[in-house]
Design a protein around this ligand. Structure first.
Ligand SMILES: [Cu+2]
Length: 329
């Protein structure tokens, strides 16, 4: 199998395991000297590429529309954030992250926000240039807000609830990505969107998790995730082709942890900081995506195999900021 040499190599670089493997547990008297073969980088078991992920990482397609009517409803909902873990989330459109929006430079976004939650919320588009006190104001329960903006600048942008305390609203799930394509487009590629974020939890009597404010202020998340679920794409690797251009739109919602985005076994051909076309980085290994920022990463995988993508801040990868590409010819 092609995977075995790679996994063995990955195991040598193992920094921390979340839990001892059964074989290790049976030999508790001696410390383990090898990592279990189904673990890559010690962060998550590798799943099957034949099993599609419940959360689709594929970027929505570009459209030729110049006016985009976007309507988002805010509601509170219990969501799965890790296997067997249910979180009492605050959401845009009932999901975390909220829907991925995609427009083209110069397009108009005609936006309606509806608050179906029992408390005030709001929405702040980083892709917009607008007066926050008008557009990002708190919306009372069952109220709505409508405005337009022109997406003037291409990039990979965050949107989020801006209601105070903002850290609480973001940590509870109120964020998403909006891609603004340059008018001339980008080169053809397989495109994915990964929104990194954190969950700080404590457990209620009914076993639902809710926010732990002390953990949040202490910068101690239980989970650091891509697209709202722990190690989602390690459990369900993303199939890709050897040699094709991969383009990853990475937005870091935080609310606290910087991302050190890296694909194991690859070097980025190009990285566009915040998605800006000016001065892309070429031939780089790991690039910081700050909280509240984004970046567009392009890479090609050179041979068949399993390629983890991580935040190379490895405590965060161990807490779930890890996924896999499964490259096939
Ligand atoms: Cu909110």
């Amino acid at each position: 199998m092609m995977r075995r040499p790679f996994v063995a190599l990955a195991a040598l670089t193992l920094i921390a395991c979340r839990a001892p493997a059964p074989r290790e547990a049976q030999r508790a008297e001696a410390p383990p000297t090898t990592a279990p073969a189904d673990i890559s980088h010690g962060e998550a078991p590798v799943g099957s590429p034949e099993q599609p992920p419940p959360i689709d990482p594929v970027a929505p397609p570009r459209t030729s529309a110049r006016l985009h009517r976007v309507r988002i409803e805010i509601n509170h909902k219990k969501l799965t954030i890790a296997e067997g873990v249910t979180y009492d989330a605050w959401t845009f459109d009932g999901r975390v992250p909220g829907p991925v929006l995609r427009v083209t430079e110069g397009d108009t976004v005609d936006f309606t926000l509806v608050n179906r939650a029992p408390m005030p919320h709001s929405l702040d588009f980083h892709a917009a240039e607008i007066a926050p006190n008008r557009a990002y104001r708190n919306l009372m329960p069952n109220d709505s807000l409508h405005y337009r903006f022109v997406a003037r600048v291409p990039g990979a942008f965050m949107y989020h609830c801006g209601t105070a305390p903002v850290a609480l609203h973001i940590a509870n799930g109120m964020y998403g990505a909006i891609i603004v394509d340059p008018r001339q487009g980008r080169a053809p590629a397989r495109e994915f969107v990964f929104v990194q974020s954190e969950f700080y939890t404590k457990t209620l009597a009914d076993s639902t998790r809710i926010i732990d404010w002390d953990k949040l202020l202490g910068l101690a998340p239980d989970y650091v995730v891509f697209n709202g679920r722990e190690a989602e794409y390690a459990h369900h690797p993303i199939p890709v082709r050897v040699g094709e251009r991969l383009r990853m739109y990475v937005v870091n919602a935080g609310p606290n942890r910087f991302s050190a985005f890296h694909v194991v076994g690859a070097i980025f051909d190009r990285v566009y900081l915040d998605g800006s076309l000016a001065h892309p980085l070429e031939g780089v290994q790991t690039v910081t995506v700050p909280v509240g920022g984004g970046a567009i990463f392009e890479a090609r995988l050179v041979e068949p195999g399993t390629y983890p993508f991580v935040s190379h801040a490895f405590a965060d990868a161990t807490k779930g900021a890890v996924g896999m590409f499964e490259a096939q010819r």
